[in-house]
Design a protein. Structure first.
Length: 228
């Protein structure tokens, strides 16, 4: 221990033997570890990226919870890091926007490898990971607040929350009506599901639930038999 400490504390220069080793280890290595993509240190990020690449080249990416979290974390943190480093857009939420829409865009156009898409799809469908993720965000946000601030602030924000909800519902319904969807359909099948469960757990789920009924209505209008 004393010899290592003396070696670290010893002056180093261009003519000092072993100066390159001392300059990189451990201080240079610590700088690399301190550089993070999201919350993932750079060496671990590179190792996980190599692991994913190996599975993709093998043609089969596991769909268990370990690999699922790795894929979601790598994709989300990478896109968020890109948005966080943009000069102007980073101040208006580019990190969250990029992490939300870039993976969706890549998956929609099949720019991602097929084994990765199959693994993420199977993982999210079988494990219901979104329920855990959404509840963790909500509960964690509430528990992360100071109890006194939460109690005092709730009474102050209760009125604006109600007013904002009413205004948001009215604006959303008006936009849908102007676009030709109808006020009734827009309010009950778009606005309310989004306000209740968001896009992923509200609007999309409701759309999937009412798809058979809309199919039946189209079949009746064309005088075809509608069978369930």
């Amino acid at each position: 221990m004393d010899s290592d400490r003396q070696r670290l504390d010893a002056p180093t220069g261009p003519d000092t033997p072993g100066s390159d080793i001392v300059a990189f280890w451990p201080r240079g290595w610590w700088r690399i570890v301190d550089f993070k993509i999201g919350i993932v240190p750079l060496p671990i990020y590179v190792a996980l990226l190599a692991l994913i690449t190996a599975f993709v080249m093998a043609g089969k990416v596991p769909s268990d919870i370990l690999m699922g979290i790795v894929l979601l974390s790598m994709g989300g943190f990478t896109c968020a890091e890109i948005g966080k480093r943009l000069p102007v857009l980073r101040h208006i939420g580019a990190a969250a926007i990029f992490a939300t829409f870039i993976p969706s865009y890549l998956a929609f156009h099949h720019y991602l490898p097929a084994p990765v898409l199959a693994s993420v799809t199977e993982f999210t469908k079988e494990s219901n990971f979104l329920y855990l993720f959404i509840s963790s965000i909500i509960v964690g946000s509430i528990f992360g607040m100071d109890r006194h601030v939460l109690i005092k602030g709730f009474l102050k924000i209760f009125g604006p929350l109600i007013a904002g909800s009413v205004v948001g519902a009215a604006v959303g319904t008006l936009v849908g009506a102007l676009l030709g969807l109808g006020a009734h359909h827009t309010f009950y099948f778009i606005v309310v599901p989004i306000m209740a469960g968001g896009v992923g757990e509200g609007a999309i789920r409701c759309r999937l639930a009412i798809r058979p009924s809309s199919t039946c209505r189209r079949a009746r209008s064309s005088r075809r038999c509608c069978r369930r």
